[in-house]
Design a protein around this ligand. Structure first.
Ligand code: ASP
Length: 594
């Protein structure tokens, strides 16, 4: 071993001992000829002192070092004088008198300062170009270490529950998770391609058909989709599948898993079972299928208040079966009109005519463009429904489509609460959202699966598949934390006939059925057990547990918002021979040529 201790190890107990440390020069300071070096490694920082009166040669070398040089120091541990003790460091009570300093490697001046406070201000692009340097920062390392602790906790928990971790192929076939596939050309059979897995969905179902009973994997997935919303083209899922279960059993396992992950990452263990709310109720009360339960400000239905109202805008909507709802943004009565204008634009972008509001002023009076149209009874109704007080800002939404009102107010609920600064940052509020709709309509108005086409219908909604499939609910669920969707799953269809019907409902042709899903339909017809599962986004979970502003902060080598690894410069062009080998000819759009 080159070293006897790490830079985070020495303390008062080691005073008088000889030690050999290796690490990076964090800082070098010259105090009247005496050289102080803060020596850093993954474990901490130790102060090294070289005094020319004690050891001229070592001091000379120490003096010649620069930040990020890699050095080895042999020396003796000495207690620091009481007034020099640094309580912020575990090694703050000691220093090492350097008797022998060896430069193991020099470093050019880093393209950005590695000191935490300064590095945080540097552009992320610059840090990513030299990510190996960025990784030297203690905060970055700490997050990666926490992520590691989480994976250990996951494996231990799942193992104790009899789950088997199984790796599934990366070179595979397209599986429908709603994104575009990454394709890999197959040299051996010209014109054929592998797809990288968007999720191990079909493999994990096939594992259940293979009798493995309980599977999990910390699995890499690949989706070629828009990256704007803090996503990565490759990401990691905690992928789970179980046989002979109902949704209830699955909630139990994942509750336990999340509790152990919370514990492993140093957070208070939540009370179990985690709360549950149906999709319908979540949309109704919070205007979101991923409700943030750290604060109230629920959406209130005003149809009972405005039934038969003289105010035509609301009256017409209610008569037509639409929705009139509002939220009470407590304490925001004084927001500038500019802000209301912005929210009005938001309302319009959601397809509403505008945004009505009431500001409840200091003297209790209401400032609002619409209250003059309200009756006494309606005003009383509003007061009690929305629990109106001085300082409140009431924001209304009305539309013939209830979903539009819910989604808009749901968004506004989060924006206003963020603006008011009332969302507690150190709280963790989980909830299950259950009974998702089986289908949603795509832009072309066609039914597409809300989750994926292997999801089973809620037994009591089975009849709707024939009469009104758009209304059918699925045995599909999400687990949500602080307004973020952590994972989705479902109880699957295990009957080949039902799976076939589902493909028919989705208008998947006979030919496509066979070419894309033949293997699955075949396997389902050989005694497939009832089964279900879930996948949790591990990157997002790690970010929420370990801190950081984006999932890139908990990924060692993330890609930027264009899917580019700036350090490796990937993706990149390949040479003609490589293309020729895989039978590919480029046909590039004009602007990318040359
Ligand atoms: N494969 C699904 C996904 O990646 C999760 C699941 O149904 O288990 O979202």
């Amino acid at each position: 071993m080159q070293r006897t201790h790490t830079c985070g190890q020495l303390n008062q107990e080691h005073i008088g001992k000889t030690t050999v440390l290796c690490g990076w020069v964090d800082t070098v300071r010259d105090h009247g000829g005496i050289i102080f070096i803060d020596l850093r490694d993954r474990y901490g920082i130790t102060q090294v002192v070289c005094d020319p009166d004690d050891n001229a040669a070592a001091t000379e070398i120490a003096k010649s070092t620069r930040p990020e040089y890699v050095i080895k120091v042999k020396g003796t541990v000495r207690g620091r004088p009481a007034d020099m003790v640094n309580d912020r460091l575990s090694t703050g009570g000691i220093e090492v008198i350097g008797n022998e300093v060896t430069i193991l490697n020099r470093s050019k001046t880093p393209p950005f300062p590695l000191e935490e406070a300064k590095a945080e201000k540097v552009s992320e692009e610059l840090r990513m170009e030299s990510r190996f340097l960025d990784l030297r920062r203690p905060s970055v390392q700490e997050r990666l270490r926490k992520r590691h602790k989480m994976s250990i906790a996951i494996r231990q928990f799942m193992d104790a529950q009899e789950f088997v971790e199984i790796e599934t192929p990366i070179l595979t076939k397209s599986t429908p998770e709603g994104a575009r596939d990454y394709l890999v050309p197959n040299r051996v059979t010209p014109g054929t391609f592998y797809a990288l897995p968007q999720a191990p969905q079909q493999y994990k179902q096939l594992l259940m058909m293979g009798g493995l009973d309980r599977y999990f994997q910390i699995a890499r997935c690949f989706r070629d989709e828009d990256l704007r919303a803090d996503r990565q083209p490759e990401f990691t899922q905690i992928d789970v599948e179980m046989s002979f279960v109902e949704a209830e059993d699955l909630y139990g396992i994942i509750d336990g898993l999340l509790a152990s992950v919370m514990e492993a990452s140093g957070h208070p263990v939540p009370e179990l079972p985690l709360p549950r709310i149906s999709w319908h109720e979540a949309m109704d009360r919070f205007g979101s299928d991923k409700p943030d339960l750290r604060f109230g400000w629920e959406l209130k239905d005003l149809a009972p208040v405005f039934q038969g109202t003289q105010f035509k805008v609301f009256g017409k909507v209610i008569e037509g079966g639409g929705a009139v709802k509002a939220i009470n943004a407590k304490g925001l009565a004084g927001v500038p009109i500019r802000q209301i204008d912005e929210w009005t634009e938001l309302a319009k972008s959601h397809g509403m005519g505008g945004l009505a509001y009431i500001r409840v002023q200091e003297d209790g009076s209401w400032k609002s463009p619409i209250v003059k149209f309200f009756s006494e009874a309606e005003i009383e109704g509003l007061k009690s429904t929305l629990e109106i007080e001085v300082g409140d800002l009431i924001l209304f939404a009305a539309s013939d489509t209830t979903l539009v009102v819910n989604e808009f107010l749901g968004r506004l609920r989060v924006e206003t609460a963020t603006q008011a600064g009332i969302i507690p940052e150190d709280e963790f509020k989980f909830t299950w959202v259950t009974e998702f709709p089986l289908f949603e309509s795509n832009e072309a108005g066609r039914l597409v699966p809300m989750h994926h086409p292997f999801t089973s219908v809620l037994p009591e909604d089975m009849h709707l598949l024939e009469t009104d499939p758009a209304k059918a609910r699925a045995v599909a669920y999400d687990i949500v934390l602080n307004g973020v969707e952590l994972g989705s799953g479902s109880i699957r269809i295990h009957d080949p006939e039902r799976q076939g019907q589902m493909f028919d409902l989705l208008k998947i042709s006979e030919e496509e059925k066979n070419s894309r899903f033949g293997h699955l339909l075949n396997a389902l017809s050989y005694g497939a057990p009832p089964h279900g599962g879930i996948a949790l986004g591990f990157d997002r979970l790690a970010q929420l547990m370990a801190g950081g502003n984006t999932i890139r902060d908990v990924i060692a080598f993330p890609k930027n918002h264009k899917g580019i690894d700036l350090m490796m410069d990937a993706p990149s062009t390949v040479d003609a021979k490589q293309l020729h080998d895989v039978h590919i000819q480029l046909d590039l759009p004009p602007e990318t040529e040359g």
